[in-house]
Design a protein around this ligand. Sequence first.
Ligand code: ADP
Ligand code: MG
Length: 375
Amino acid sequence: MGHFQWTGETTRSFKTRLRRAGACILAAAAALSLTGCAAGGGSSSAAGSSGDSAEIFAMDTVMDLTAYGKNGPAALSASEEKINALEALLSRTKKTSEVSRLNSAGGAATAVDSEVFSLISRAKALGQDTDGAFDITVAPVVSAWGFTTDSYQVPSQSELDELLTRVGLDNIALGADGSITLKNGAAIDLGGIAKGYASDCVANIFAEKGVKSGKISLGGNVYVCGSKQDGSAWRVAVQDPNNSESYVGVLSLSDAFAVTSGGYQRYFEKNGKKYHHIIDPSTGYPAESGLISVTVVADADADAEIGPGTVCDAFSTALFVMGADRAVDFWRSNGAKYGFGLVLVTDSKKVLITHDIAGKFEEQEGSGYRYEVVS
Ligand code: ADP
Ligand code: MG
């Protein structure tokens, strides 16, 4: 369920691997409601001159990792181990996770794993930057729509009104002792940031292991390490939200992260209306902002206080909620600070590209979209 496809040479190998792992992916899709591939975080791997690659099902999505060079296999197995460890800590549906422990603490101060503590602090800080458009306390609302269990329903307005009284970043109290208190009946859901954080962790592992070239897609959270074997930039396609077979354009990226949020990836239909999984915390409803996909792009930055993958993931969700005008304003005030650019796709068939990344973006001819660079 990636929002990106690799293009050019890599499209084929990507598709081939997907096909080869077809059984696993099918099992994984079924595993959303049953068990199987998902339970053990099944993986498959392939090696060769095209690099070593691994396919993992974790965090409710398919993850595809490739690393070149002699340390590729070691980097991939360390990455897989890290991703599985993160899932065990961060999952909302695994009862033993740190997040579940916190959510079921009944408002008591709870000592949590230090890595989880710092991710929650970052999620809170990034959420405050977005004026609450990104808000991990939206958890009870996400559940009311059935996105946690895959048994979907449209909640009543009175139920939403009650749940919204528990939503708000102020309900997350970060203790100086490393404990967290969820006040006011709040609960948290890291689904909008966990894969981005995992991509930062993989980037660090690749660096530690000396991998100079590689690419990963963690359910649409892309990180490209270095450049391709021939020295050219990686080509990362931004999917057309209206057509999974096609894309709106291609980004040429090296040492960078690109994350897309779209309403077209996870949704259900009721009475002819589509309800997707990105919730506007101010209404409790799936965001209807006029944007149908948001891609946030940032260069890798080893010195960043908050990893760029984490930032891109939080902001892609937030900006989808904000809509195009607010998203562009947000980029104008925060783009330089965090070092990110945007590709926004609107429901009126427009693609807006911020000028900082315009030189890396190639329009897709015949896509039917109008392209506009904003500054
Ligand atoms: P995906 O996980 O499909 O890549 P996102 O990164 O946009 O997409 O995250 C969406 C997930 O984040 C939802 O499934 C839900 O768990 C959670 N979520 C939904 N709305 C918000 C929001 N406004 N702020 C923070 N998290 C959210
Ligand atoms: Mg996100």
